[in-house]
Design a protein around this ligand. Structure first.
Ligand SMILES: Cc1ncc(COP(=O)(O)O)c(C=O)c1O
Length: 447
């Protein structure tokens, strides 16, 4: 007897896991697609780096060097370990010592506390994956890095958010929240606090020195039956254009117990090599390593060799200086254009970041910046794109998020497009400006 195969149009559905069903497309993907589809659009949305300053010559020279030596090339083109290339972990540790201005011993660290990952995003994912069961709690800033809050959502975690101000996450609010969770007997569900400690995505703000110390003290105090960790995401740390260099939160964790510190080669060097590294606190490295074994059992070895060489031959440091000079110029151009074109109003304000790639713009509450709102569409019609602030907020109990903010990036946009981009944006704002009473400025350094 002949079996009839169902044709594709009436075949039964693919049944996804609970996690598969919870996982949604990152909202920014559609925005980036819109930008790619229209070459005339000025995109102030993408968190991509500046294409003109990518280290083409440096990478060409390094790959030629490492591949023209046959013995080394055979090594470079082979798998390495899940933990990551040993000499790279040593170079990265030396690099971290320079950034912290302290020897590794003072930080309680060796190269074996470090894991190399496929971008810092993989480290964020793996850490969340090994720590969180559905219903577990993560405390994050409001607003926060929306790609990672999407990850948390897909893992079924409950994100409890605390406000942000000019000094970064409000750590007093974190302390109050932990007291409250303790009183509700839910403290055991709190697994970690997520903090983008330097030049945050999306606000551009950094956690103040005082708050870094307080945060460690708070997690230590509330770690009664289990350790509450801090996941310190320092993706933008090295893109500092002015202001004082701050130590990481990790720096105040000398026994390496409470902080997982993630950093990346994407922002200070090149996203195309997609490499990150994480200092793991005691007890977390092996679970993450085993999970990474399930994912890829090691990041691309050739990329790790490129990263190793750029740190060794000094091209990383030289390139970073070039990048910072260019980004500083672009940041200044964006701030100057905002000052010049935005209508003067106490309700219109923006952050003045000392580093990173983002400016956070707040508009009067009457102006809806949401993807479905008039502002977004009119900006698109005028050929300018931004990230609606709504994506960056955790909804309140009623499911609402503020809809009068936007994230502007000076990373990828060409220098000479920044002023016209802001001018177009300001035209739409002017058009819609409603004369509401001014609200106090929470973001600090506001215009
Ligand atoms: C705050 C933050 N963390 C982590 C990442 C991940 O970057 P990568 O995986 O390229 O290291 C990004 C990328 O934009 C980011 O903005």
């Amino acid at each position: 007897m002949q079996m009839t195969m169902p044709n594709s149009s009436n075949s039964p559905p693919v049944v996804l896991s609970a996690k598969g069903k919870r996982t949604q497309e990152a909202p920014i993907s559609a925005l980036i697609a819109a930008a790619v589809g229209n070459p005339d659009l000025i995109s102030l949305a993408a968190g991509l780096v500046d294409p003109l300053t990518l280290p083409v010559e440096e990478c060409l020279a390094i790959t030629q060097r490492i591949l023209s030596d046959r013995a080394r090339a055979q090594h470079v083109l082979q798998y390495d370990t899940t933990l990551g290339l040993k000499p790279l972990r040593h170079e990265v540790l030396a690099h971290l010592q320079r950034l912290e201005g302290r020897p590794a011993e003072g930080l309680g660290l060796t190269a074996d506390d470090l894991i190399i990952t496929t971008g810092s995003q993989q480290a964020l994912y793996l850490i969340a994956d090994v720590l969180l069961d559905p219903g577990d709690i993560v405390i994050a800033g409001n607003p926060s890095y929306f790609v990672f809050t999407g990850t948390l959502q897909s893992l079924g975690a409950q994100v409890i958010s605390v406000p942000m101000d000019a000094d970064g996450m409000d750590v007093d609010a974190i302390e109050r929240m932990l007291h409250e969770l303790h009183a509700r007997r839910q403290l055991d569900r709190v697994k970690f606090i997520y903090c983008v400690s330097f030049f945050d995505n999306p606000t551009g703000l950094s956690l103040s020195l005082e708050r870094r110390k307080r945060l460690i003290e708070i997690v230590r105090r509330f770690s009664r039956t289990h350790r509450i960790l801090i996941l310190e995401d320092a993706a933008y740390r090295e893109l500092r254009y002015d202001g004082e260099a701050l130590p990481s939160i990790k720096c105040f964790d000398p026994a390496n117990e409470f902080v997982a510190l993630t950093q990346t080669f994407s922002k200070p060097f090149a996203p195309g090599i997609k490499l990150g590294y994480t200092v793991m606190p005691k007890g977390l490295l092996n679970p993450v390593l085993h999970q990474k074994g399930n994912h890829d059992f090691g990041s691309a070895n050739i990329c790790q060799h490129i990263a190793l060489e750029t740190l060794r031959d000094g091209s990383y440091a030289r390139h970073l200086d070039v990048l910072k000079a260019e980004y500083r110029r672009k940041r200044d151009a964006m701030l100057a254009a905002l000052q010049r074109y935005m209508p003067p109003s106490a309700e219109i304000r923006w952050t003045h970041p000392h580093g990173g790639l983002y400016v956070w713009l707040t508009l009067p509450a009457s102006i809806n910046t949401a993807r479905e709102g008039f502002m977004f569409q009119q900006c698109l019609d005028r050929g300018v794109l931004y990230v609606p602030g709504e994506y960056c907020f955790t909804p309140d109990a009623a499911g609402n998020v503020p809809r009068n903010h936007m994230r502007l990036s000076f990373g990828q946009v060409a220098f000479n497009q920044i002023e016209p981009g802001i001018q177009r944006l300001a035209e739409v704002v002017r058009h819609h400006l409603a004369g509401h009473a001014s609200a106090p400025c929470a973001w600090g350094g506001c215009a």
